[in-house]
Design a protein around this ligand. Structure first.
Ligand SMILES: Nc1ncnc2c1ncn2[C@@H]1O[C@H](COP(=O)(O)OS(=O)(=O)O)[C@@H](OP(=O)(O)O)[C@H]1O
Ligand SMILES: [Mg+2]
Ligand SMILES: [Mg+2]
Ligand SMILES: [Mg+2]
Length: 356
């Protein structure tokens, strides 16, 4: 009997690999007109739109009943073209078709929509399949076509992140990190990694260039080597809170800062020992697509993930994690200590002073 979610895993890997090829090919050729600033001032590029079109095309054809919670929508692409973004829609369509058209590999099937081009309307509709509002029951996919768009734009870390959530539980996570070194001890060596986790079946990784997956288990990290993984963007995670937290945990090494869910991948491989994300103020709600695939990866690699108060992440409340406040991911022992320290800082009442 096939393992649970075997087909979903195969489709998700194919979709993420095709999207990773697309994003890598775009990076070197990107020009200003191909980056849009969203209402919340965050950037989105032709590569984000095209990657969402590609992944949603595969999902919609392989699993037509499944709704998708995707970060992007096609509103800007459907609007009349402005001088500022001339050719944006055509470029998204061309990129998506470049990624979809190569014939199916031995692991793919033509029924998933690979090996053929789509019309512009079909691709915009595919992007808009991501507008599902989420919820606590049934199956849904969570997609971040490029997590860490700022990282992508600066040539740093970013991740193509796809997860399957069933009845609020993340069952499958697939992440592609085109700029992550295959061997973290050789930062200048080959780059490009894939991470796959299925709940109850473990976590695994491979380079983007090789088909063989290797099991991944969070290695024990000696206390003297603890290092904090945190966002590069100070606006996304409080660096001053992390500094205080590190001091209380006796961490002397400087934090390892990187964009995107590549932080979860790094953690699962034993880089750093704790991923800490403390909100920089009140009001921002974490999005499910920013944590779904990373959370199942860390759990399946033997780690623990909760919000900063030790509460489980709730993927069943809609497009956001609702009242969850911050993120702490680490191995069991370090995680318990990290929550204690967080509580200690909160009880002392200095939290508000340092997170701003
Ligand atoms: N204010 C605030 N607080 C917390 N998080 C925020 C905030 N604003 C945005 N975001 C989300 O951060 C996502 C990227 O997270 P990172 O930790 O990788 O930050 S950074 O981009 O590396 O700098 C980023 O994901 P992408 O938009 O996919 O890049 C956003 O969803
Ligand atoms: Mg974004
Ligand atoms: Mg994101
Ligand atoms: Mg994104």
């Amino acid at each position: 009997m096939a393992a649970a979610f075997a087909l979903e895993k195969q489709v998700a890997i194919s979709a993420v690999l095709r999207a990773c090829r697309l994003t890598s090919s775009v990076f070197n050729k990107l020009v200003t007109a191909e980056t849009v600033t969203k209402n919340d001032k965050s950037p989105v590029t032709v590569a984000d739109y095209a990657a969402q079109a590609v992944i949603n095309t595969l999902l919609s054809r392989a699993f037509p009943q499944d709704p998708i919670v995707g970060e992007e929508d096609a509103k800007v692409l459907r609007a009349p073209e402005t001088e500022e973004h001339r050719g944006l829609r055509a470029h998204v369509v061309a990129l998506a078709n470049d990624a979809l058209s190569p014939p199916p590999t031995a692991d793919e099937r033509a029924e998933w929509g690979v090996g053929a081009s789509r019309t512009a309307d079909e691709l915009l509709d595919a992007i808009d399949r991501g507008m599902y509002e989420g919820g606590s029951t049934g199956r849904m996919w969570a997609l971040d076509p490029i997590d860490g768009t700022k990282g992508f734009l600066r040539g740093g870390q970013y991740a193509v992140c796809l997860a399957l959530i069933v009845d609020s539980v993340v069952e499958l996570g697939v992440m592609g990190c085109p700029n992550l070194p295959v061997d973290f001890l050789k930062p200048d060596g080959e780059k490009g990694c894939l991470f796959v986790a299925v709940r109850g079946q473990g976590a695994a990784t491979r380079s983007l260039s090789s088909p063989t997956l290797h099991a991944l288990t969070l290695p024990p990290v000696p206390a003297s080597s603890y290092q904090l993984l945190e966002s590069l963007e100070a606006a996304h995670s409080s660096h001053s809170f992390s500094a205080l937290f590190s001091q209380k945990l006796g961490i002397t090494r400087p934090p390892l800062r990187m964009d995107s869910q590549a932080k979860y991948c790094a953690l699962a491989r034993g880089e750093g020992a704790i991923y800490l994300r403390m909100p920089t103020g009140v009001g921002y709600r974490e999005k499910i697509w920013d944590h779904a695939s990373g959370s199942v990866l860390v759990t399946e690699a033997g780690g623990v993930i909760t919000d900063s108060r030790g509460l489980p992440l709730n993927f069943g409340l809609g497009r956001t994690l609702g009242e969850n406040f911050g993120i702490v991911a680490a191995n069991k022992q370090v995680h318990a200590r990290a929550i204690e320290i967080h509580l200690g800082i909160t009880l002392q009442g200095i939290e508000q002073d340092v997170i701003m």
